[in-house]
Design a binder for this molecule. Structure first.
Ligand SMILES: [Zn+2]
Ligand SMILES: [Zn+2]
Length: 132
């Protein structure tokens, strides 16, 4: 029984990761849920959320998180830059642009008393759809 449950949760995670890797739309948890539910009708939104968090912790996915905006996920974990539409909120990759190295932004530990754990940065603009 316990083994079966573990097997099911591993399968859920695999399906969620596959759905995330299949798209370049940087979906929200709700969007991933809609895709995954077609394959696993009994999965819950909470399970999808939990697995997306786990995948992020495992380094299999990236979380795009900005204050006041719905959290999005990216199946591509390489260092790349994003641009977000101010109108519809869609997110796209910026070809050939990478986030600056943390060591360059904060060269010395003396610059902040914080233990720096990451860098959030993205471009904003109007997407081609919204430009019309
Ligand atoms: Zn737009
Ligand atoms: Zn991306």
């Amino acid at each position: 029984m316990k083994g079966q449950r573990r097997l099911r949760s591993r399968r859920q995670r695999t399906v969620i990761l596959a759905a995330l890797r299949e798209t370049t739309s940087h979906p929200t948890a709700d969007e991933i849920y809609a895709v995954v539910r077609a394959q696993m009708p009994r999965i819950s939104l909470g399970t999808v959320y939990r697995n997306l968090e786990t995948l992020t912790e495992m380094g299999e996915a990236q979380k795009l998180e900005f204050a006041g905006l719905q959290r999005r996920y990216d199946g591509c974990t390489s260092n790349h830059m994003h641009v977000r539409c101010d109108d519809c909120g869609c997110v796209a990759d910026v070809e050939g642009a990478a986030l600056p190295d943390l060591g360059r932004v904060v060269p010395s530990a003396a610059q902040t008393a914080f233990k720096v754990t990451g860098l959030r940065m993205e471009l904003t603009g109007i997407c081609p759809n919204c430009l019309g």
